[in-house]
Design a protein around this ligand. Structure first.
Ligand code: SF4
Length: 217
């Protein structure tokens, strides 16, 4: 991998050896990893940790959840990785196998922490807009699907949602996944599927009441 993070590991590896670097981590996830922790933490920033470090330790390094609030959800590896509830991630370790076993993936280590005041419907709307904008338009499932998903979520947040929209979002996302040239298609489908799976009640409430269960707006 010729990226900056890999290059910065090279001086230490040349000095101490590849095995010593791998031994810093755990089997299948050697060495250290940079996590860019953003969202509702006291000290957002880049943190280098040994692979296999617990999520609790990383969160503590980032100052914990801000304003003394409760943790609600975490996207551990960036927008293309599945969202995890606080319960799912609380005992997880930050390495490839552990996060996969816990129901998500390590991705690029771009962690987004969300506190109890976060509306998951509005969060998914923001994420889906990102993928809609990022789609280059080369493959039909991604080009049409990302726009379709965004419009349906937008409709829900405008109080025009229907209960069938949840099945529609799931079906459109499943039809993007695995049917595109690059990984952006899968990346766009993953948040939709995981948000609906883990926070379905919030989506249903929004559809039934035309407003967020969390902030009432
Ligand atoms: S999957 Fe990749 S190549 Fe295909 S339209 Fe989306 S961004 Fe373009």
């Amino acid at each position: 991998m010729n990226n900056t993070e890999s290059f910065t590991s090279i001086p230490w590896i040349l000095e101490n050896g590849g095995k010593a670097f791998a031994d810093l981590g755990v089997p299948n996830s050697g060495g250290t990893k940079l996590f860019s922790v953003s969202g509702h933490v006291e000290k957002p920033g880049n943190y280098e940790i040994k692979m296999g470090t617990s999520f609790a330790e990383l969160l503590e390094m980032a100052g914990g959840v801000w304003k003394g609030r409760k943790l609600k959800a975490v996207i551990p590896g960036g927008p293309s990785t599945a969202v995890m509830t606080a319960e799912m991630i609380s005992n997880a370790k930050m390495d490839y196998d552990s996060l996969s076993k816990a129901g998500s993936s390590l991705g690029a280590g771009s962690m987004i922490v969300m506190d109890e005041t976060t509306c998951m419907v509005k969060t998914l709307k923001r994420l889906s807009y990102f993928f809609y904008e990022e789609s280059c338009g080369q493959c039909t499932p991604c080009r049409e699907g990302t726009g379709w998903v965004y419009r349906v979520i937008n409709r829900i947040t405008e109080g025009q949602g229907k209960m069938e929209d949840l099945e529609l979002l799931t079906s459109v996302s499943n039809n993007i996944s695995g049917r595109t040239i690059c990984a952006l298609g899968d990346a766009a489908a993953t948040p939709v599927l995981s948000f609906i799976k883990h926070f379905r009640a919030e989506f249903e409430y929004y559809i039934l009441h035309g407003k967020s269960m969390v902030d009432g707006k």
